[in-house]
Design a protein around this ligand. Sequence first.
Ligand code: HEC
Length: 98
Amino acid sequence: MKKVLLTLILASTTALLAADGASIYQSKCFSCHGAKASKAALNKSQIIAGWDAAKIVTAVNGYKNGEGGPMKAVMKPIATGLSADDLNAVAATIASFK
Ligand code: HEC
């Protein structure tokens, strides 16, 4: 019984972590897109602060499929490394930046 409980606790912690948009942003996006997404990444991207979540999800999925602007090769591996859940979570976080 103890073991079952422990497994359940571990599973729910992992689920929480997987969907933590703020920490995904901090670890995977912040270095280029800046605090609160207010920087043009590598001086090239559009500033994504103020974009709604759906627009961010569409753009990132586009990078997964090889679409995007002149610097799309930078975003492709990052986009590919995000699960759908992670992408939704991080998009919601970016959309909430003010
Ligand atoms: C290594 C630097 C770097 C990191 C890290 C990075 N980006 Fe980007 N991002 C860029 C560049 C450069 C572009 C512009 C690419 C192009 O030309 O289309 C871009 C473009 C974008 C765009 C579309 C904006 C536009 O110009 O059309 C979105 C949305 C985006 N990134 C989201 C993210 C998210 C979400 C993360 C974290 C999971 C992330 N990026 C991490 C460099 C980065």
